[in-house]
Design a protein around this ligand. Structure first.
Ligand code: GLN
Length: 247
């Protein structure tokens, strides 16, 4: 399955997340350590999203991160205090296109999904049918992850707080498609919401930053594993971990 990360803190070059650490996101694209049976490498595209005063900007491709010749210089020169990035291992049967690579997004939001909706597409068809038709017509890609984003976005725009929107979608999808792997990641550049449901996630927090990633980027002992079935909410002030189901 995919690997993803989110960073909130003082502005840093994207390369500090994507390339420089020993187990950077790029390293995780070809040598992930904890895929839990969900694929072997993450070579089916990638995306990086970062927040600017004008809102989030995304750079996505349908090729392996390690093969992109533009990204290293871009990542070294772009500095941001809020970042969401992902590398993709496409689930069998799902297309390998730029638009299927996270981050998905709209307005101030960036979103990523690491996992798989079991029984796709039939299992989730009823939930999809409850969305406005316009949303389905402009779905970024015919994939489970893009539909999960549409479901989360539907809640956000009706004013549901981010953590509840993510928890609600996870609960309703788990009901119709049990055993689905639903590690979700959402940020508006000031808060990060993440879930663990079937895949690995770790968090590293210091006085001035928080970094959440499928796998630790380095050997720093400050990394802490997030238990399975947890809702994580982080901002510049605090980090909370709540067991899913108690949300
Ligand atoms: N199922 C999603 C996709 O195909 C996410 C895959 C993943 O986590 N590897 O894009």
């Amino acid at each position: 399955m995919c690997r993803h990360l989110a960073y909130l803190g003082p502005p840093i070059p994207l390369s500090r997340l994507l390339f420089e650490p020993a187990h950077s996101l790029c390293h995780q694209s070809w040598a992930p350590r904890d895929m839990r049976g969900g694929g072997t490498i993450n070579a089916d595209g990638f995306g990086a999203g970062w927040f600017t005063p004008a809102g989030p900007v995304r750079y996505r491709r349908d090729t392996p991160m390690w093969s992109d010749t533009t990204l290293p210089a871009l990542a070294a020169s772009v500095t941001a205090g809020a970042v969401l990035a992902a590398v993709r291992s496409a689930t069998a049967g799902m297309p390998v296109t730029e638009s299927a690579a996270a981050p998905f997004g709209a307005g101030p939001w960036l979103f990523s999904h690491n996992g798989q909706v079991v029984g796709w597409p039939r299992s989730i068809a009823k939930l999809a049918a409850a969305l406005p038709v316009e949303d389905l017509l402009v779905l970024e890609a015919p994939t489970d992850s893009a539909l999960l984003w549409a479901l989360v976005h539907d809640q956000l725009r009706t004013g549901v707080p981010a953590a509840s929107a993510v928890a609600n979608v996870l609960a309703s999808v788990s009901l119709v498609a049990p055993e689905s792997r639903l590690n979700l990641l959402l940020t508006d550049g000031s808060t990060v919401v993440a879930t663990t449901a079937g895949h690995s996630l770790s968090v590293r927090r210091s006085d001035d930053f928080v970094l959440i990633a499928s796998e630790p980027l380095d050997d720093d002992p400050a990394w802490r594993q997030v238990p399975d079935r947890t809702l994580l909410v982080a901002d510049s002030e605090k980090l909370t971990l709540t067991p899913l189901g108690e949300t």
